[in-house]
Design a protein around this ligand. Sequence first.
Ligand code: SF4
Ligand code: SF4
Length: 67
Amino acid sequence: MGEAAAKLPNIVIHEKLCKACSICVDFCPTNVLEIKGSCVAVKNLAACTRCQLCDLRCPDFAIQIFD
Ligand code: SF4
Ligand code: SF4
């Protein structure tokens, strides 16, 4: 039970849709994301609170959070 509760979220990035605008990086309250080259990347998955802000704010539907 305890381990299931600690399961990390799944952050799906659609590289073809992402234009590295950094909006999701700026909105993420726990600094999970970073821009790497021409795409966003996950740098600290453990810090993700599943708040969905990145998913909601991305204008290009390029990032999705799954529980
Ligand atoms: S769901 Fe929230 S905490 Fe997780 S990466 Fe997106 S903005 Fe950051
Ligand atoms: S907001 Fe969307 S397009 Fe912009 S960097 Fe994040 S995932 Fe990429």
